[in-house]
Design a protein around this ligand. Structure first.
Ligand code: HEC
Length: 200
């Protein structure tokens, strides 16, 4: 084995199968990198584990979820709770009812196509009689209209063009205003599901 002169004093005195080892030092830049990672790890531990200076993983998760909820609005069931927060009431003045009727008859919302021009019912139930499948309070009406009945073909109202609270109020007010009218060709009551309910 050939050993250079300046390697002699670095040679360690062990040998395995003819393989020997020089006691070379690590390059200085490498050592500093190593010390730096130790320092970094120590500070990291202090920052996240032993002090309250920065948020830990769980707090960061909560913060991101909160930020997303704020940015995109709540999703799923929670969306309905926004509706529930509004305390819906009927506004029985002429202007509100007029606007509600315009919404009911509009080609954007198509309520009349399923519930009839006068609310007598067609595909959807009669909205003028006192029998209701899903309740008749102002907040039940608003929730039913906003959520729709997808399995029966009624879209969530306002799903592609959000409806203002004012328009929703006018719409349910219009429905309240046609209660007890007896339009021609009323759709028969679904006696297995509908219950008597008085709009007030
Ligand atoms: C594509 C047809 C369709 C359209 C359009 C539609 N509905 Fe309906 N609607 C239905 C059906 C079907 C039901 C009955 C759901 C059930 O059987 O559970 C219903 C139920 C309802 C109910 C509950 C009735 C009850 O007895 O509890 C209300 C209130 C209502 N619709 C209002 C509206 C309004 C207001 C609009 C317009 C914004 C509208 N609907 C548009 C089909 C429709």
């Amino acid at each position: 084995m050939k050993i250079l002169d300046d390697e002699k004093d670095k040679l360690l005195d062990h040998e395995y199968d003819g393989i020997r080892e020089l006691d070379n030092h690590m390059p200085v830049w490498w050592l500093w990198l190593f010390y730096f990672t130790i320092g970094w790890g120590f500070l990291y531990l202090l920052y996240y584990q032993f002090t309250d200076v920065g948020p830990d993983q769980h707090e960061q998760y909560e913060m991101e979820m909160a930020a997303a909820a704020e940015k995109y609005g709540n999703s799923g069931d929670e969306a309905d709770s926004d509706l529930a927060v509004v305390s819906w009431e009927f506004e029985m003045d002429a202007a509100s009812i007029e606007n509600g009727k315009a919404i009911y008859m509009s080609t954007n919302n198509l309520c009349f196509t399923c519930h009839g021009n006068a609310g007598e019912g067609l595909v959807g139930p009669n909205l003028t009689d006192k029998f209701w499948i899903h309740g008749c309070s102002a907040s039940e009406l608003a929730a039913n209209i906003a959520n729709g009945f997808m399995d029966k073909g009624m879209m969530p109202y306002g799903s592609n063009a959000p409806i203002s609270e004012e328009d929703m109020t006018d719409l349910i007010s219009y429905i309240a205003s046609i209660q007890g009218t007896s339009p021609a060709n009323p759709k028969a009551v679904d006696e297995t599901r509908a219950l008597e309910c008085t709009i007030e």
